[in-house]
Design a binder for this molecule. Structure first.
Ligand SMILES: [Zn+2]
Length: 273
């Protein structure tokens, strides 16, 4: 169910569209994450400056460009606006372009664009609060269920290969297997680890998140993702020089990489034997 983007003009058009959409959704999720982290209702009310509370007008809300035009300062109070907002917008724009280039015009593309918005949102909240709200977990599960018909193999698969395949979780069976095995194993592992060390290792939110991404990745790529998440987490600890970092952003970043190259890596690995 995919159409390769093979005309250069169409490719250019799709790339620009993906970048713009990514920046717009980045701006939306930035705002939603800020409100969730600060205990505000994220659907109600207008955007306002985090410093002076002045309501923002349409001109102040253009992703990336408003920040550049205003030279990173609030138009009303002149206080510095964190570059974090612009960086996130650019980040999601790049992530969207990557997905479109990887999956073309397809159901997969739609599915992973939506997932990356959810992953970015929960990462931002987790960075601020060390919590992953259940709303993101539920959104991830609903989006998985809504988009599974878009990615089911067209000729159908049956038997064992419907459960375990080296590709992403594109059947209901492989999705459920990936989610339950990986989240279950991590739950068990963290319970044992906590008992032995007397410290909390993985939060409940992290395990729920591993369940959600397991749905999208299936067992084989999900396992690759687990290893990658741990490496990413360790890198974050080293780079940020903090003792404790939220694990959600590490899982989210690893999941994005797993979606892009996970099945290639797993197939290569299987080919070694
Ligand atoms: Zn202000």
């Amino acid at each position: 169910m995919s159409m390769a983007v093979n005309s250069p003009l169409l490719l250019l058009y799709c790339t620009i569209l993906a970048a713009v959409l990514g920046a717009v959704f980045g701006s939306f999720i930035n705002c939603a994450a800020w409100r969730i982290a600060h205990g505000e209702n994220f659907l109600k009310g207008r955007s306002h400056c985090a410093e002076c509370g002045h309501e923002l007008k349409a001109l102040d809300l253009i992703p990336v460009f408003s920040y550049l035009f205003l030279k990173g300062k609030c138009r009303y109070c002149g206080k510095k606006i964190s570059p974090r907002y612009m960086i996130t917008e650019l980040f999601l724009a790049a992530a969207f372009v990557g997905i479109v280039l990887r999956f073309g015009i397809s159901g997969e593309t739609l599915r992973y664009l939506g997932l990356s918005v959810i992953l970015l949102g929960l990462s931002l909240v987790d960075l601020d609060t060390y919590r992953i709200p259940n709303g993101f977990i539920i959104a991830g599960i609903i989006w998985w269920a809504v988009t599974i018909p878009l990615v089911l193999p067209r000729d159908g698969v049956s038997g064992l290969s419907a459960w375990i395949s080296p590709s992403l979780g594109v059947t209901v069976q492989s999705s459920l297997l990936g989610a339950f095995v990986i989240a279950g194993a991590m739950l068990l592992l963290s319970l044992v680890f906590d008992k032995v060390t007397g410290k909390e290792s993985l939060g409940g939110g992290d395990i729920k998140l591993l369940f959600v991404v397991g749905l999208y990745l299936g067992l084989a790529v999900g396992f690759f993702n687990l290893i990658l998440s741990c490496i990413t987490g360790l890198l974050m600890v080293a780079l940020l020089k903090k003792k404790r970092i939220p694990f959600g952003p590490a899982i989210a970043a690893a999941t994005y990489i797993s979606i892009m190259i996970g099945s290639v890596v797993v197939n290569w690995y299987i080919g070694l034997f």
